[in-house]
Ligand binder design. Structure first.
Ligand SMILES: Nc1ncnc2c1ncn2[C@@H]1O[C@H](COP(=O)(O)OP(=O)(O)OP(=O)(O)O)[C@@H](O)[C@H]1O
Ligand SMILES: [Mg+2]
Length: 322
């Protein structure tokens, strides 16, 4: 529901919109909107229904919320498209007007490399080991920001082992950003290490990127076990947003593995959107170019936009059913 807080937040994000212009378009009385946003008057249902279509015309979406939705993109299996999904889902959401922060939580630094972002001015590691250092953030575009990492992050695993609250470090570091961004996407390393546990404790939900290969299903049970234990012991609101099939090929092995996953995990959401195997992803990553800049009409860009839309719809319908 459109609240005064959300209205103020949306208007703050869109300085080009004028209050008088919006009042006029929505057919509202002069200065009525000014009174609402200066908290002198409450927003009525009638005003809400006049305002909503106008704000939506300018990109308002129900996913605009007071707190960021934090999603960990995880799978302990390597090379399944976690980083690619974090990067391009983030791009797609930001292109839809949402403010997105990406967290590179893998010492391979692949996410930072995809956007050609360096770590010389700061990186995630520093904030994890020293809670007084604010998370260092770089701007990719106006709506898409990234907290980068490199090999230095490897040290965190050792350092954090003997540190208090070693699995809650990221959660704490993200607190100042929860009312700045609509989405925070965390790219997890290919392991169930303390870094992945930090991501699961900081997140509201988890997208499991999965290539439907023979050995992929085996690792899934360990990941789900860790997610459920995190839920039970430390993060009760954590849930699985969905399994996303990635790097999908049209062959009998992939078809039967997808079927097996659907059969074995009937209670888990599986995204309708699939990410097909495509050379444009490798080309864009080699050039360190955002996929929507590289080719916004490519199959990859279109699929990740479809995924963004499916995710937003799922979040909206969950919110509306509460
Ligand atoms: N849909 C796709 N089609 C073709 N290649 C892809 C696709 N998605 C990812 N790739 C390529 O596959 C490789 C692995 O992808 P990515 O780095 O996203 O996986 P990952 O799960 O993050 O890997 P790691 O576990 O090492 O962090 C990369 O070279 C990437 O360019
Ligand atoms: Mg990766």
């Amino acid at each position: 529901m459109l609240t005064t807080d959300l209205l103020i937040r949306f208007l703050n994000r869109n300085p080009a919109l004028t209050i008088t212009g919006i009042e006029k378009e929505a057919g509202m009385a002069i200065r009525s909107l000014t009174q609402i946003i200066s908290l002198k008057r409450e927003l009525t249902d009638k005003q809400r229904s006049k305002l909503l279509p106008i704000l939506m015309k300018y990109g308002y979406n129900e996913a605009f919320n007071l707190k960021a939705t934090v999603i960990a993109i995880a799978n302990n299996k390597g090379g399944v498209g976690k980083t690619t999904t974090t990067a391009y889902l983030g791009e797609a959401l930001s292109n839809r007007g949402l403010k997105v922060l990406l967290i590179d939580l893998d010492s391979q630094g692949n996410l930072s490399q995809i956007f050609n972002v360096a770590t010389e001015n700061g990186q995630v590691f520093n904030s994890l080991v020293n809670y007084t250092i604010p998370m260092h953030i770089e701007e990719v575009t106006e709506n898409l920001h990234i907290a980068p990492s490199d090999l230095e992050l490897q040290k965190a695993e050792q350092t954090l082992l003997s540190a208090p609250a070693s699995q809650q470090r990221l959660q704490r570091a993200l607190v100042p950003f929860l009312d700045v961004y609509d989405f925070i996407l965390i790219d997890c390393p290919p392991s169930l290490s303390v870094l992945t546990l930090n991501a699961l404790n900081a997140a509201n939900s988890c997208i499991v990127a999965m290539q439907p290969e023979m050995n992929a299903v085996n690792g899934l049970n360990s990941l789900f076990g860790v997610i459920y234990e995190t839920q039970i012991f430390s993060n009760p609101t954590l849930h699985i947003e969905g399994i996303l099939f990635t790097i999908v090929e049209k062959n009998t092995v992939h078809n039967s593995m997808k079927e097996a996953v659907r059969e074995n995990y009937q209670s888990v959401n599986i995204f309708d959107t699939e990410i097909k195997k495509g050379i444009e992803i490798k080309k864009a990553q080699a050039l360190k170019a955002p996929i929507f800049d590289f080719d916004k009409n490519s199959a990859a860009a279109k699929s990740y936009d479809e995924l963004a839309l499916e995710l937003l719809n799922n979040i909206n319908s969950k919110r509306n059913s509460k």
